[in-house]
Design a protein around this ligand. Structure first.
Ligand SMILES: *Cc1c(COP(=O)(O)O)cnc(C)c1O
Length: 375
């Protein structure tokens, strides 16, 4: 039964460097899935590897109630980079845990229980985050889930205005849906969510686990919408693949967050890797690169396959191609015949989440491969 939860892929990966993965035969693959957006600065970035190695030798672990430099440095860095005043940081080990914390904090700070989530939203697979996740396939076998969750149509400001009331602890949503098919928030939508939350004293929680750390062309996707949430969750690429989630909160949430904790919160090695990742992102201006290269990628895709697909969506280097028939069937050919790794998002969307260091020539290779596979 070992490994029984995962469908294994026919590739055995041995090594990673920059935008490339290498299998046990030494074959090179251009990694445009980045294992679900987990390598924003590329595989095994030397700065990240060195920071983790140095920390590993000094202190591998100590409980979070002892302050250590590696953790304090990350707290400072995250507070400085957070949108607006969302600078209180809770660290954990995954995206779903970051959302569990966000939900607990919002319930504690508001003293209310109702949570408004959205159709096609994905927030993780533990019992609370799963209750905010839309797809029946992920939910049904595990019911009953946590109570108090209500769904509204993603992108509909009127639905949000109707659903948020004096019983609402939080609205939880992605600024661009990932797993749900790469669906960007329509113009004005996040502002409407912000207004509805302000009107009733509810917390606006944005799940930036996939969109965050530069992917959409801003360090945080909400910045592109000019909206400051009360809570922002991030994970996936923040520590370049070492397990980390973070829940960033405004003061009013942090001040009354309730009892919460985790043994591995803010382990020094993971913190060192996260700080190095964020340093590289900022120094190399990777969000701006993601915006520029992402525009190029989408333009080239439109020219090459625009007529053969239903839609090309996204922002920065978070790109969805809605194909006419199943997306999953294209992926093995793309990998084995063209050496390009990509991902699905639902049944009909092919998803690209490459490292933010990719160049135009990498995009050209992927566009050429996709043109052959799709047509
Ligand atoms: C991946 C993801 C999660 C869950 O993160 P895990 O680390 O797998 O628990 C939650 N929300 C979004 C938007 C995600 O993309």
């Amino acid at each position: 039964m070992s490994g029984f939860v995962f469908n294994e892929k026919p590739l055995r990966i041995e090594r990673g460097e920059g935008p490339y993965l290498y299998d046990d035969g030494g074959r090179e693959f251009l990694d445009f899935g980045a294992s679900y957006a987990v390598t924003p600065v590329g595989h095994c970035h030397p700065r990240v590897v060195e920071a983790a190695q140095d920390q590993l030798e000094d202190l591998l672990y100590v409980q979070a109630s002892y302050p250590v430099d590696a953790r304090d440095d990350l707290y400072d860095r995250l507070a400085a980079l957070a949108p607006g005043d969302v600078g209180n940081v809770w660290l954990c080990n995954s995206g779903t845990e970051a959302n569990e914390a966000a939900l607990k904090f919002a319930r504690s700070a508001t003293g209310r229980s109702k949570v408004v989530a959205t159709t096609r939203g994905f927030h993780g697979r533990t019992m609370g985050a799963l209750a905010a996740t839309w797809k029946d396939k992920y939910r049904e076998p595990f019911e009953p889930l946590a109570g108090g969750f209500e769904f509204v149509d993603y992108g509909d400001p009127e639905a949000i205005r109707e659903a948020v009331d004096g019983d609402t602890a939080a609205v939880l949503l992605e600024p661009m849906q990932g797993e749900g098919g790469i669906n960007p928030a329509p113009e004005g939508y996040l502002e409407a969510v912000r207004e509805a939350c302000d009107g009733h004293g509810a917390a606006m929680i944005v799940d930036e686990i996939q969109t965050g750390v530069g992917r959409t062309g801003d360090l945080w996707a909400v910045e592109g919408h000019g909206v400051t949430p009360d809570v922002l969750t991030t994970a996936k690429g923040i520590a370049s693949g070492l397990p980390m989630g973070a829940t960033l909160c405004r003061d009013w949430i942090a001040e009354d967050a309730g009892p919460h904790g985790s043994t591995f919160s803010g382990g020094p090695v993971v913190c060192a890797a996260a700080t190095a990742t964020l340093e590289v992102l900022v120094e190399e201006d990777l969000p701006a690169r993601a915006a520029e290269v992402g525009d190029y990628l989408r333009t080239e895709l439109a020219a090459a396959v625009g007529g053969d697909v239903r839609e090309i969506r996204g922002r920065g280097l978070m790109v969805g191609i809605e194909v006419k028939r199943g997306a999953n069937r294209l992926l093995p050919t793309l990998a084995m015949e063209h050496g390009v790794l990509a991902l699905p998002a639902g049944r009909s969307v092919l998803r690209l989440l490459p490292p933010l260091i990719v160049e135009r020539e990498h995009c050209d290779a992927v566009v050429e491969a996709l043109a052959e596979v799709i047509s």
